[in-house]
Design a protein around this ligand. Structure first.
Ligand SMILES: *Cc1c(COP(=O)(O)O)cnc(C)c1O
Length: 385
């Protein structure tokens, strides 16, 4: 019987038969750059830590097992992972990318990948008319679902069908839900991306990134890239992410429960014009998410009555931190227009509805009454101005 995802976060089945590492329950940190050889042509399987390191390899196996991939590679950040992925394309190649993506990914595509001769068509992939944009040069469809920060939901299975029919790849950045709630490879995607900095690490204490694939040919190319370009995750950071993953299940459950309560509360506040949380039945992506995911995550975007109100909230929160990033135990509030999406062209911001009165919350695992309590007193203090 296949083990449940919560158990896979804690136990890697293939390591269980033998007591290695003196029986250490916590996987050791192999803080070494290089490895001795027993003789000419005799390797322990580890030659140099840019190529591979036991701690990183253990983490990669855990992440591959969580996503149901044949292999995973751990990078020094999410952007390092996406950069390594983009090295798989050559000048003239064309990608269809969703128009509502993490701002850093858009910056990479527009400022570096384009310079390298790769072309892009940016469309709303959640509207389901992707096929008409495929050309003879198209090599991949690239999406996040739900998207950041507008929480649009794409149907992964139907995108995978389109990709298969045209013999191109479907790439899904699964950072927002983590493998605990969604497994795109099992729905037909070819490559899954994670910013491990977010839910996988879970504690806002280190950066990491992952590429996970279900295909041998892609894995071989990516391994060559990480060996050649050198952005592999360091041993200590690998260990931090391993430790974070052990509690992924209970963190995701608690954060989601909090997010649901908070989304409902926000919806009742007169200063809030719109709450975007896919776990609300009124969200247009609700039914698709019920079909393809095991949960709705803990990210909420909401539109306040004015730019002034949004700015006042950011100035006044105390326990809730005004900070970029997401997916940690701490609740964070972000201002997408000047933070995560500052480099996104203005017309795309406007098209996606990312205005100056929009705020984004990454709901943490604090007691929900303390989170709501703080926002309530912040909201009331602004009204009293
Ligand atoms: C943060 C993030 C990234 C980039 O990851 P880093 O670890 O910050 O480099 C990519 N995609 C999404 C959806 C993210 O939230």
């Amino acid at each position: 019987m296949e083990r449940s995802i919560s158990t896979k976060c804690i136990h890697l089945e293939e390591e269980e038969d033998c007591i290695k590492h003196y029986g250490a329950i916590s996987y050791p940190i192999y803080q070494t750059a290089t490895y001795a050889h027993m003789g000419v042509g005799k390797s322990t399987g580890f030659d140099y830590s840019r190529l591979q390191n036991p701690t990183r390899e253990h983490l990669e196996k855990v992440v591959a097992s969580l996503e149901g991939g044949i292999s995973a590679l751990a990078f020094s950040s999410g952007m390092a992972a996406i950069s390594a992925l983009m090295e798989l394309f050559k000048p003239g190649d064309h990608l269809i990318v969703d128009s509502d993506l993490y701002g850093g990914s858009i910056r990479l595509f527009n400022n570096i990948s384009k310079k390298n001769g790769i072309t892009f068509t940016s469309i709303n992939c959640c509207e389901g008319n992707v096929e008409q944009y495929i050309t003879k040069d198209t090599k991949a469809i690239y999406v996040e679902t739900p998207t950041n920060p507008m929480m649009n939901v794409a149907d992964i299975e139907s995108l995978a069908d389109v990709a298969k029919r045209h013999n191109i790849w479907l790439v899904v950045d699964n950072t927002f839900l983590s493998p605990y709630f969604q497994n795109p490879l099992k729905l037909g995607a070819d490559i899954v991306i994670h910013s491990g900095t977010k839910y996988l690490g879970g504690h806002n204490d280190t950066l990491a990134g992952f590429l996970v694939t279900s295909r041998q040919d892609i894995d071989e190319k990516l391994r060559f890239n990480i060996k050649t370009t050198g952005a592999g995750l360091a041993p200590f950071d690998s260990w931090l992410i391993l430790r974070g993953i052990k509690t992924l299940g209970i963190r995701m459950e608690r954060a989601q429960q909090n997010a649901h309560r908070l989304a409902e509360w926000l919806g009742r506040q007169p200063q809030v014009k719109r709450v975007i949380y896919p776990g609300l039945k009124t969200h247009p992506g609700y039914e698709i998410m019920k079909k393809q995911s095991r949960g709705f995550g803990a990210m909420i975007t909401f539109e306040t009555e004015s730019k002034e109100f949004a700015l006042a909230v950011l100035e006044r929160v105390r326990m809730i931190k005004f900070a970029e990033s997401l997916g940690g135990v701490e609740t964070l509030i972000t201002y997408p227009v000047t933070q995560t999406h500052a480099d996104v062209p203005k017309d795309i911001l406007a098209k996606n509805g990312i205005t100056e009165s929009v705020l984004r919350l990454s709901v943490g695992i604090e007691d929900i009454n303390d989170i709501i309590g703080e926002l309530e007193s912040v909201f009331n203090s602004i009204e009293g101005l």
